[in-house]
Design a protein around this ligand. Structure first.
Ligand code: NAP
Length: 669
C-alpha cells in the first residue's frame, strides 16, 4: 500500500484520517491511501514566502538554471524507480516515457533556454533600450523580477510527472517558490518524483512543497504577488478562478483545461499519399496513447466529404490491430483509463456524442477490468448542425469524424470547438496550409502541419514542447505555459524602468547607450572574465585610411564593388561622396586597433551582433575604436562570454560603425 505524503514547511506529513483509498485501474485492488486533512496552509505560505522566496532570489537566473538542470539530471538517473510505479496508473511504458522522460526533457530544455536567452544576473531584460529623450540622457527599459509570493500549481491526473515538472521548472527559474498539488488519483507517482528532488538536497529550503489531497483554505490566503497555475477540467477551473479572494487580489490565474482538438486532412491528401497515411497513423496514436487521456488528443477528425469512407476504413483497420491489456506487459499498446470512475465518465460523454454521431468502429478486444475502455470512432454526417461533437470532451479513446466541403469549411468546423490547445493539418500544399492557418490560428494555441518533408522528425500532434507555447484560448482555458522564456515570465513581474544611462546600466547589469563607463585599468584583453567590470572602456590609437588600403583590400578579397573603385560611379550613388572604404575593411582595421595580440584570457571571437555602418569613410579619413564591456555571461567554470560595445569613430568623433562583439574569456587569468 502506497502512502504518498504531503511536504509542508520542510516536513513530510503522511495521509490523514480522512485519506481516501486509491484503487488499481487494472485489478480494482486498493493500491494507495492519500489525503490531507492535517495541513496548516498558513504555515505553508509563510515558509514559501519567508524562506523559499528569499533563498531563490539570492541566486541569479543562471544559478537557478544550473539548479533546475541538476534536478532534471538527478531524476533522469533515478527514472527507473518512477517507471516501476507508472503501470499502477494504467499507463504503458511508452505512456510513461511521455510523462517521466518528457517531464525531465522539458525541465532540461527550459533550464538551457534560461541560460542561453536570459541574463546572468538577478533581473531579466525584456526587449531593448528605449531612447526617451532627444540627446539620450533619459532612457527606458523593461525589466522582469521574480514575483514575491508563491506559485500554487494544481495538476491533472494524466501526467503526474510531466504535469509537475513543466510548471515547477519555469517557476523555479523565475525565482518563485512553489506549492505543487497533484491530482489525488495519481499523486503517489508525483510524490515519488517530488521526494527524490527533496532528498537530492539540490533545492534551497522553502523552494518546494507538496499537497497530496485537498487544498483546504490555501486559495483563500493568496494575494496579488501569488500565481495559481491550474490544469484540469473547465468546471474545476471555473470554480477555482471564481474564488473571491483570487478575484479581489488580482492573483494571476493560468488555466489549462479541456479542449476539443481537431486534426484536418488536407484536400490534397488523397489515399495513397504520404499525408493520408500520416493522418491515419497520428490519429490512431492520439486516440490511444495514454488511453486517450491527453488534453491534446485528437477528438475531432475533419476530412473532405469524399474521403470519409477511406479514413474510416484505414483507421478501423489500424485500431483493430491495437493490443489492449495490462500496462505492465511490454506487449501491451494501450492500458487502462485511470479509474473506474473515469471509465463511467467517458461512457457518459460518449453517449452524448452518440446522440449526434453514429459509431462506425468499436474495438472488440478489451479485457475485463474496472477501467479498460474500447477505442470508439464516430461519424457525424451534419457537423454544422451538431453541438455535442464540438463541445463534449470524452477524456478517453473516443474521436468523431466530421466531413467538410473544403479547407475554409474545415477551419470553420475546427473553430467551433470554441478554442483549443492544438489543431493539426496534414497537407503537402503550402496554399492549403496558409489558408487554414490564417483562418484557424486565432482559435488554436498551436497548429501542427505535417507532411512528407518533415514527418520523420516531426514531434507529433499531441506533444507540447518546452520551446513552444502550450495553452489555448476560450474553452482551452485562455492560459499559456512553456514557450521558452515566455513560460518563465508568467512567474515574474514586468516593470518599466526609466532614468539616466548610468542608472539604467546599474539596474540592468548591462551597459546602456550613452553611459561613458570608466577607463579600463589595463588593456581589457589582458583582464580575466571575473576581473572585467561592466563599463570598462578603452579608446584606441587612430589609424588613417588610404586609397592604397582600399585598393589592396579590394584586390585581396575580390570585393571590387564600384563604390570602392570608381569615383564617378560612387558620386552618382546617393549614399557616397565618392570612393569609400569597404565596411569590412573598417571592421578589420578596428580589430587591428583594439586586439592585444599575445596569448591571454581572451580565448575566441564568437560573433558579432547588430552591425551598422553609419557614415561613409573616405580615403584620408582617420578611424579609432571605443571598446566597452557591455555584458558578461558565465558559460562554464573555465570561461564566460563577454559582449563588448564597439563604436568606430572618425576624426570628427562621429560614429561610422557600431556593433556588439562577442568573445569567450577565461574566468581567471
Ligand atoms: P479535475 O477534476 O478538474 O482536477 C484537476 C485538479 O484540480 C486536480 O489536482 C484536482 O485535485 C484539483 N481540484 C479539483 N477540485 C478542486 C478544488 N475544489 N480545489 C482545489 N483543487 C481542486 O481534472 P482531472 O480529472 O484531474 O483531469 C482531466 C481534465 O484535465 C480533462 O478535462 C483534461 O482535458 C484536462 N487536462 C488539460 C490539460 C491542459 O494542459 N490543458 C492537461 C491535462 C489534462 P483532486 O484530484 O484531489 O480532486
Amino acid at each position: 500500500m502506497l502512502t504518498p505524503s504531503s511536504y509542508i514547511a520542510g516536513h513530510f506529513i503522511g495521509p490523514g484520517k480522512a485519506a481516501q483509498a486509491i484503487e488499481s485501474p487494472v485489478t480494482g485492488d486498493a493500491i494507495a491511501r492519500a489525503g490531507s486533512d492535517n495541513i496548516d496552509f498558513g504555515a505553508s505560505i509563510d515558509w514559501a514566502t519567508a524562506t523559499g522566496g528569499p533563498a531563490l532570489r539570492a541566486m541569479n537566473i543562471h544559478d537557478r538554471a544550473r539548479m533546475v538542470k541538476a534536478l532534471a539530471l538527478m531524476l533522469d538517473a533515478r527514472k527507473e524507480e518512477l517507471y516501476a510505479i507508472n503501470p499502477l496508473t494504467g499507463a504503458t511504458r511508452k505512456d510513461g516515457w511521455i510523462d517521466i522522460e518528457g517531464g525531465i526533457m522539458t525541465a532540461l530544455t527550459m533550464a538551457s533556454k534560461a541560460r542561453r536567452e536570459m541574463p546572468d544576473g538577478p533581473v531579466h531584460l525584456d526587449g531593448g533600450v528605449e531612447r526617451l529623450s532627444r540627446s539620450g540622457t533619459f532612457l527606458g527599459r523593461h525589466i522582469a523580477v521574480p514575483l514575491r509570493g508563491v506559485a500554487v500549481q494544481i495538476n491533472a491526473f494524466n501526467f503526474p510527472v510531466w504535469g509537475m515538472l513543466e510548471k515547477l521548472a519555469p517557476a523555479l527559474l523565475a525565482g518563485m517558490p512553489v506549492i505543487v498539488k497533484p491530482a489525488t488519483q495519481t499523486s503517489y507517482l508525483t510524490e515519488a518524483a517530488f521526494r527524490m528532488m527533496v532528498e537530492s538536497g539540490l533545492l534551497p529550503e522553502g523552494a518546494v512543497q507538496l499537497v497530496v489531497g485537498r487544498t483546504g483554505d490555501l486559495l483563500d490566503r493568496l494575494g496579488p504577488q501569488d500565481v495559481v497555475s491550474f490544469t484540469g477540467s473547465a468546471a474545476t477551473a471555473l470554480t477555482l478562478r471564481s474564488n473571491p479572494r483570487i478575484l479581489a487580489s488580482g492573483t494571476r490565474f493560468i488555466a489549462e483545461q479541456d479542449s476539443l482538438n481537431a486534426a484536418v486532412l488536407g484536400p490534397d491528401a488523397l489515399p495513397g499519399t504520404p499525408e493520408f497515411d500520416l493522418f491515419v497513423k497520428e490519429a490512431a496514436a492520439e486516440m490511444t496513447v495514454k488511453s486517450g487521456q491527453k488534453c491534446t488528443a485528437i477528438r475531432r477528425m475533419i476530412v473532405p466529404q469524399a474521403r470519409a469512407d477511406a479514413v474510416i476504413g484505414a483507421l478501423s483497420e489500424r485500431l483493430s490491430r491495437l493490443r489492449i491489456g495490462d500496462p505492465a506487459d511490454p506487449e501491451t499498446r494501450m492500458g487502462t483509463l485511470v479509474s473506474a470512475a473515469q471509465k463511467a465518465e467517458v461512457a457518459a460523454r460518449a453517449a452524448e456524442i452518440a446522440a449526434e454521431a453514429k459509431c462506425v468502429f468499436r474495438h472488440d478486444g478489451v479485457p475485463d477490468g474496472p477501467a479498460f475502455a474500447a477505442p470508439e470512432l464516430y461519424l457525424c454526417r451534419d457537423p454544422d448542425a451538431a453541438h455535442a461533437v464540438h463541445g463534449t470532451e470524452a477524456f478517453g479513446p473516443i474521436a468523431t469524424i466530421l466531413p467538410c466541403r473544403d479547407i475554409a469549411h474545415a477551419a470553420v468546423l475546427a473553430n467551433r470547438g470554441g478554442g483549443s490547445l492544438v489543431s493539426s493539418l496534414f497537407t503537402h500544399d503550402p496554399a492549403v496550409a496558409r489558408a487554414y492557418v490564417t483562418e484557424a490560428a486565432a482559435w488554436h494555441g498551436r497548429i501542427y502541419v505535417n507532411d512528407r518533408d518533415c514527418a520523420a522528425e516531426a514531434t507529433g500532434h499531441g506533444s507540447p514542447l518546452p520551446h513552444m507555447i502550450h495553452g489555448g484560448p476560450g474553452r482551452a482555458g485562455g492560459g499559456e505555459e512553456l514557450g521558452g522564456v515566455r513560460g518563465i515570465l508568467h512567474y515574474m513581474a514586468r516593470s518599466a524602468v526609466q532614468g539616466s544611462p548610468a542608472i539604467v546600466s546599474a539596474i540592468t547589469g548591462e551597459l546602456a547607450p550613452g553611459d561613458a563607463g570608466n577607463a579600463a585599468p589595463a588593456h581589457p584583453f589582458r583582464r580575466s572574465f571575473d576581473a572585467l567590470v561592466i563599463g570598462e572602456t578603452i579608446l584606441t590609437a587612430p589609424r588613417a585610411i588610404t586609397l592604397d588600403d582600399i585598393e589592396h583590400f579590394a584586390k585581396f578579397t575580390g570585393d571590387t564593388f564600384y563604390a570602392h573603385m570608381d569615383d564617378e560611379a560612387a558620386r552618382a550613388n546617393p549614399f557616397f561622396p565618392g570612393r569609400v572604404a569597404h565596411g569590412y575593411l573598417i571592421l578589420s582595421f578596428a580589430a587591428g586597433l583594439f586586439v592585444d595580440p599575445e596569448p591571454g584570457p581572451v580565448l575566441a571571437n564568437t560573433g558579432l551582433n547588430g552591425l551598422r555602418f553609419l557614415k561613409p569613410v573616405s580615403p584620408g579619413d582617420t578611424i579609432r575604436v571605443q571598446l566597452s564591456v557591455r555584458r558578461k555571461t558565465r558559460r562554464t567554470d573555465q570561461y564566460g562570454e563577454v559582449a563588448w560595445a564597439a563604436t568606430v569613430l572618425n576624426q570628427a568623433e562621429e560614429p561610422v560603425a557600431e556593433y556588439e562583439l562577442l568573445t569567450m574569456v577565461a574566468r581567471s587569468a
